[in-house]
Structures are given as C-alpha cells and as structure tokens.
Design a protein around this ligand. Structure first.
Ligand code: GDP
Ligand code: MG
Length: 380
C-alpha cells in the first residue's frame, strides 16, 4: 500500500533522539505514512534508525549518504526525490518540531488546498521558545524580516520562511530548480517555485538530546543563499570580483613595501588574484556546472581570458588617457564595468557552458546534486 504521507527527517548525529521521535510520530499519526531518514551522521544514528525500523508499524526508510552534498538542505532534497507519497512532511530529528503537529499541518493542507503548509512560529498560536538564547532569537527574527522584505511577493503568505517544519505537495515542487545548500530549504523551495502557501502555528520546542549544528558557517551560507536567490549567479560573481580587486591592491601594496618594482608587483598581484578568483568561482559560483575532468581546460580558459583582458584594458586605458581629455579614473571605471560584464558572459557561456546535448532543464536536474544515485546513497 502506498503511504499517504512521507515524513522526511534529515539527521546529523541524532542517535539519542531517533527512538523517541519514531514512537511519537507513530502515536501522533492515524493515516498510513512512511518515514524517510536522510542521514549524514558520524555517530550511530543510522544504527538507531535501523533498530527503530524493526519494531515500527509503518515503513521506516534510511538514505545513508556516503557523500553528503548540500548539508541539511541537500538531505531534504534527496528525501523529497525519494518520496513516493503525494504529501511530504519535512521535520527535524531532534523533536524541536513536535510530531503531534504533523496532523495539524496535513489537516490545514486539506482545508486550504495549498501546495505548502508551513509550520510557523510567527503566527498567532505559534512560538519559538525553544530557540536557545536571546541572541539566536534576535538573529532569527531579524533575518526573517529582511528575507520577507527581499521577496515580498513569493513570501507574501509566509510569516516564517526560515521554518524547517512544513508539509509540501510533492508534485508542486520542481526539484531540478533547487540549489540546496545550508539550512534554509523551505526558503529555496518557496522562492524558486510558484506555490500557494498556508500556515499553521506550532511551538518550536527544546531539543530532546544532542547538540545543535547551527553555526556561523550556516549563517554565511544563508547570506550567500539570499544573494543568489535574489540576484542569481551574477551576484556571486560580483562579490568574488570585488574581493579579487581588494586582494589585488593588498598584494601590490605588500610587495611594494618589500621594495618590489611596482610593475612587477602589479603583475604578481594580477596573477595571484586571477588564480584566487578561479578557485572561488569553481567552489562557489559555478559549482553546479563543473564537468568532471575539464578542470585544466577551464583554468586555462579563465587564466588566458583574464590575462588578455587585463592587457587589453590597460592598453585601452593608456590610449584613451593619452588621446582624449577623459580623466583616467573615469576611464578605468567604465573599462572595469565593461570588463566585468564581458568576464561574466565569457565565464557563463564558455568556461562553464552547460554540457552539449543536455537541455537546460536536464542539466540543472543532473547538477543540483539532489537526485540520489546508486553511487552516493543507499535507499532501502
Ligand atoms: N542529513 C543532514 N542533516 C542535518 C545536517 N545538519 C543538520 N541536520 C539536521 O537538521 C535538523 C536541524 O538541525 P539542528 O542542529 O537541530 O539546527 P537548529 O534546530 O537550527 O539548532 C536536525 O535534525 C539535524 O540533525 C546535515 O548536514 N545533514
Ligand atoms: Mg534543532
């Protein structure tokens, strides 16, 4: 029998919480369901899940990721891809999301016919008392306000886009559009899909056992996610370009401080920043478009292009300043602006061009890292 609901639980070192979670879900649920754990743990969480599966009355599946990709958000996306039910409920494994609220979410889904029902801490009846400490609470509140302001339309009906507790109609979400990273998978789903949203209040409780994995690193990923969602790849490209410009000046100043001739210093700084830029672009901006085995080609293309661009730009600067009355700083600013756009176009269209033969749709499905393959996960 196909379950009505797939309950997707991402886990990272939640061993002491598994048994309690499964038994509370079983007590809370009346209709048929399955639980899909997507586990990246280094402790014996997987063993606890297998153990709980033996005595559970409903199917408990384990996706053990041997090559975890995309952290919590990546895990949820793999769970959604593996689910067969019409509705999926995503919840944490530490009991901060009360299993008793699952039927409430599903009932609200049935009442409203929405695509997504968000378990919300910010509607009447909801609360986030379990969020540890006033600082984390303040950060959470502030980021919610900013995020809603950045996506006024998509988040119009969602007071708590940072929630990790939600029910979603599986078919309403195009997983190939998602670029899961970090903690905020609901935000990713809501912004990249056009969905009708309803909310149901819940109380975000205390952690049952174990430790939170939220960290400053996740905070960084969240800001990065916001930038990419709002401005696309171009914003990542711009941030890295700006960092490169600053690094260039710092390196040049440092070299001159140890008496390197300024032209040599400029060349060394350019080479180093071009390499640094390439590494950062590979890692952060075009990570989903890298194709295996072409690293050296990409590097050669990027390096040659940037080197030539610097030469041409500097030549143009010299010529314009020598032959016209345009001030050098203004000229350089315009040239840098044109250079930036051309560099972006070149990198998107040439260095990181999508594989030939694949339609764009297919390319993003393959590269989102969200579809479990036999190689990186075992589904049982
Ligand atoms: N599969 C997987 N689950 C994760 C990862 N990071 C966190 N989780 C799980 O995501 C849920 C929320 O994480 P938690 O540390 O409680 O964050 P907090 O509630 O914001 O403090 C928990 O079930 C974690 O075990 C990860 O990298 N992979
Ligand atoms: Mg938690």
């Amino acid at each position: 029998m196909m379950p009505d609901v797939s309950i997707i639980v991402p886990t990272y070192n939640e061993a002491p919480n598994i048994a309690e979670l499964v038994s509370r879900i079983e007590r809370a649920m009346h209709d048929p369901f399955e639980i899909i754990f997507v586990d990246d743990s280094t402790d014996d969480t997987a063993h606890q899940i297998e153990h709980a599966a033996l005595s559970a009355r409903m199917p408990v599946r384990l996706i053990r990721r041997t090559h975890p990709h995309g952290g919590l958000a990546g895990a949820v996306t793999e769970g959604l891809a593996a689910a067969t039910s019409k509705w999926c409920v995503v919840m944490d494994g530490d009991l901060q999301h009360p299993p008793e609220a699952i039927p409430v979410l599903l009932q609200r889904a049935a009442d409203t016919r929405a695509d997504v029902v968000v378990g919300s801490r910010h509607v009447p009846g909801g609360s986030s008392t379990g969020l540890s400490g006033p600082l984390r609470r303040a950060i959470s509140e502030a980021s919610t306000v900013v995020t809603r302001a950045m996506f006024p339309t998509r988040l119009r009906d969602c007071a708590d886009p940072m929630s990790g507790f939600f029910a979603v109609r599986r078919e309403a979400v195009d997983l190939s559009l998602l670029k899961p990273r970090g903690f905020k998978i609901l935000l990713e789903i809501l912004v990249r899909n056009r969905l009708t949203v309803a909310e149901a209040p819940f109380t975000f409780g205390e952690r049952h056992a174990g430790q939170s994995k939220a960290s400053l690193r996740e905070g960084f990923w969240f800001l990065w996610q916001l930038a990419l969602l709002r401005f696309g790849r171009l914003s990542g490209f711009a941030v890295i370009g700006a960092l490169g410009a600053v690094a260039n000046l710092v390196i040049m100043a440092a070299l001159q401080a140890i008496n390197v001739w300024y032209v040599s210093a400029a060349i060394i700084a350019a080479v180093l920043t071009i390499i640094g830029n390439f590494v950062l672009l590979e890692r952060f901006v075009f990570h989903d478009l890298r194709t295996e085995g072409r690293l050296l080609t990409r590097f050669a293309q990027s390096f040659t292009y940037n080197g030539l661009e610097t030469l041409v730009r500097t030549g143009a600067l010299w010529a314009i300043v020598a032959l016209t009355a345009v001030p050098s700083i203004l000229t350089q600013a315009v040239l840098l602006g044109i250079g930036f756009v051309l560099r972006f176009v070149y990198h998107s269209r040439v260095v990181y061009r999508p594989e030939p033969g694949l339609t764009p749709q297919r390319t993003s499905a393959v590269t989102s890292g969200s579809i479990p393959t036999a190689r990186n996960s075992s589904v049982r």
